[in-house]
Design a binder for this molecule. Structure first.
Ligand code: ATP
Length: 234
């Protein structure tokens, strides 16, 4: 099946330093791909280029058209002075979602937001804001969903809920998900494939359930620590 995202030779320099240094990978419909790596590895810079927020220094990005991509991250909260319903209606209008009213109602129901319909987004808890961010990210029926640490700062129950919602979305088979996380247990549970980044490069790629053993490591966390500390050892 065609990829919803194909990244080839992607590079981004900031003042002569390569934050992303020749990255290539693909995401196919139905897949949840984990983009892993230590702080500063280049994950957010990669996502920003895919979103079109940053211009690559070199390389190509192809796949789903931009209007079929969406994004959610805790560091990009929705306008806090608009209510849940207003936020979804405003973004729905921007995306040209149709029929708008029915779509907003369906998403509020799916993400358990109906009782917060008239609550200002800035007053929601972290978990509720995450659900709102995901509902907003579904408004344009994305073929590619980019999630930058979607469960960061969520309690275990809220994080589990978010994981279930994303898995259910991917299981429909029409969209691919690129997911960054620092929680290796979560990654093992959610991702069918992972890409390990360090110093702007993808050093390893594979199934998170078999990759550790293939490199003589006990689990994904141990493999992560090795990649982060001694990338040249691999
Ligand atoms: P984290 O896990 O901490 O979110 P990350 O893998 O997402 O890390 P990036 O945010 O992509 O890492 O940063 C990669 C490198 O690029 C870092 O060294 C960072 O300091 C640098 N960098 C990112 N944005 C800029 C910028 N606008 N100008 C200069 N340097 C930048």
């Amino acid at each position: 099946m065609d990829g919803v995202l194909t990244v080839s030779g992607l590079r981004k320099e900031f003042g002569g330093m390569a934050a992303v240094d020749g990255v290539s990978f693909a995401v196919r419909p139905g897949e949840i791909v984990g983009l892993l790596g230590p702080n500063g590895a280049g994950k957010t810079t990669t996502i920003s280029m895919i979103l079109g927020v940053l211009e690559p220094t070199a390389g190509t990005i192809s796949g789903a058209p931009r209007e079929r991509c969406n994004f959610a991250a805790a560091y990009a909260p929705l306008p806090g002075n608009l209510t849940v319903e207003e936020n979804l209606r405003v973004f729905g209008l921007i995306y040209g979602a149709s029929p708008l009213g029915a779509k907003v109602e369906e998403l509020m129901a799916r993400f358990d937001l109906l009782r917060f319909r008239d609550t200002k987004a800035g007053l929601l808890s972290s978990g509720e804001q995450s659900r709102l961010g995901l509902a907003k990210a579904m408004l344009n029926d994305p073929a590619l969903l980019l999630l930058d640490e979607p469960t960061a700062s969520l309690d275990p129950a809220a994080a589990r809920e978010v994981r279930a919602l994303i898995k259910e979305f991917a299981a429909r088979g029409t969209a691919g998900v690129l997911w960054t996380s620092h929680n290796m247990h979560e990654v093992e549970e959610v991702c069918g494939r992972v890409l390990f980044m360090a110093h702007g490069k993808v050093l390893l790629e594979g199934d998170p359930r078999t990759l550790p053993a293939a490199h003589g490591k006990r689990d994904l966390e141990e493999l992560f620590v090795t990649v982060a500390r001694e990338p040249l050892s691999l």
